[in-house]
Ligand binder design. Structure first.
Ligand SMILES: Nc1ncnc2c1ncn2[C@@H]1O[C@H](COP(=O)(O)OP(=O)(O)OP(=O)(O)O)[C@@H](O)[C@H]1O
Ligand SMILES: O=C(O)C1=C[C@@H](O)[C@@H](O)[C@H](O)C1
Ligand SMILES: [Mg+2]
Length: 184
């Protein structure tokens, strides 16, 4: 069982993905982190030095590799869906969850962040609105499930994803023994 998470930068893919992997007892991978480990530098530095195209090549190779492997939760970079090959690969080889956040919500979370290269611009909120307009259709096209991230906490989002996966028959017995009083 391979679960991947897609969504805007700051939608919670890494945070939610890590907790989800614990709930499912499977390894967690974040394509951004795998790329940074291989490069030995931050994505931001690499972007500045080599440009976005070169980064996207690396990202596509890492996604192809990770989706060929064992069961895991895979959090993807916010721009992974830009390439058709990544969209196909993710959709065919994994159960894809779109963490759908509004640009305003992401802006509130990330306004002090300096590590997301695409947001280091004069008007990051406008940039997020542009990214959303361009990418929301691509995230939807890639995803099997759409989870709105508006109000819920990270653990509520994990519960919502687990319920969706159970409804779809991907996982069984989502309720923990303590919660599932029917069995006691
Ligand atoms: N549901 C949530 N409620 C409150 N804060 C959240 C929620 N989800 C994520 N966050 C916070 O928002 C910030 C961004 O989250 P995270 O790094 O997981 O996003 P991401 O989707 O992995 O971003 P990127 O695509 O840039 O890697 C973190 O500080 C995280 O703690
Ligand atoms: O939204 C994007 O295009 C990106 C998001 C990050 O996760 C990184 O993958 C990188 O900074 C590019
Ligand atoms: Mg992340």
């Amino acid at each position: 069982m391979l679960i991947s998470l897609v969504g805007l930068p700051g939608s919670g893919k890494t945070t939610v993905g890590r907790q989800l992997s614990r709930r499912l007892s499977v390894p967690f991978f974040d394509s951004d982190h795998v790329i940074e480990q291989r490069l030995g530098c931050s994505i931001r530095e690499y972007f500045d030095r080599e440009g976005e195209d070169s980064f996207r090549d690396l990202e596509a190779a890492v996604i192809a590799e990770l989706t060929r492997g064992e069961a895991c939760v895979l959090s993807t970079g916010g721009g992974a869906v830009l390439r058709a090959a990544n969209r196909t690969c993710l959709r065919e080889r994994s159960h894809v969850v779109y963490l759908r956040s509004s640009p305003e919500e992401v802006f509130r979370r990330l306004r002090h962040d300096r590590n997301r290269p695409l947001l280091q611009v004069a008007d990051p909120l406008q940039r997020l609105r542009d990214l959303f307009a361009q990418r929301d259709p691509l995230y939807r096209e890639t995803a099997h499930y759409v989870i709105e991230t508006g109000r819920p906490s990270v653990s509520s989002l994990v519960n919502m994803i687990m319920m969706q996966l159970e409804l779809a028959g991907v996982v069984k017995d989502v309720l923990t023994p303590r919660q599932d009083t029917r069995k006691t």
